[in-house]
Design a protein around this ligand. Structure first.
Ligand code: DAT
Ligand code: MG
Length: 140
């Protein structure tokens, strides 16, 4: 396993409940370093482009509406095997199926309002990081 970077998003349901620090502590305790981070509010266009891979899915419209419903924190996490490690810390997509101690089990409200996004593979991580951050904004 090598040092990787992955894109993480703390979603509007979590920023609304002031959970950014608690979630960041979980990443750090798992050995992930937050090497870039910004709080922003996604435009409809940004959310639609970011989730374009899901555009044929029935939930696409609602997902994009949810992701623009409040502030998000977009961040780059770095560490050994960061992509898989972050997905472990996040837990399963549906909080009802997530393992105990994961972010989604602890904080997810529903399959849609599931508190965090994490890239799922090296190619998508690279694309998603470049979508939100210039290279100079990432400080490892
Ligand atoms: P993940 O976020 O675990 O990578 P995904 O890529 O399959 O999951 O889906 C992206 C997001 O879309 C997910 O975090 C929440 C939403 N979503 C997925 N399946 C859904 C469903 N059946 N109903 C509503 N929203 C869903
Ligand atoms: Mg996904």
């Amino acid at each position: 396993m090598s040092v990787e970077r992955t894109l993480s998003i703390i979603k509007p349901d979590a920023t609304r409940r002031n959970l950014t620090g608690k979630i960041n502590a979980m990443f750090e305790e798992a050995g992930l370093r937050i090497v870039a981070q910004k709080r922003t509010r996604l435009t409809k266009e940004q959310a639609e482009t970011f989730y374009e891979v899901h555009k044929e899915r029935a939930f696409y419209g609602e997902l994009c509406a949810f992701m623009t419903s409040g502030p998000v924190v977009v961040q780059v996490l770095e560490g050994e095997g960061a992509i898989a490690k972050n997905r472990e810390v996040m837990g399963a997509t549906n909080p009802a199926n997530a393992d105990d101690g994961t972010v989604r089990k602890l904080y997810g409200e529903s399959v849609e309002a599931n508190s965090v996004h994490g890239s799922d593979a090296p190619e998508t991580a690279a694309q998603e990081i470049a979508y939100f951050f210039a290279g100079t904004e990432i400080v490892g």
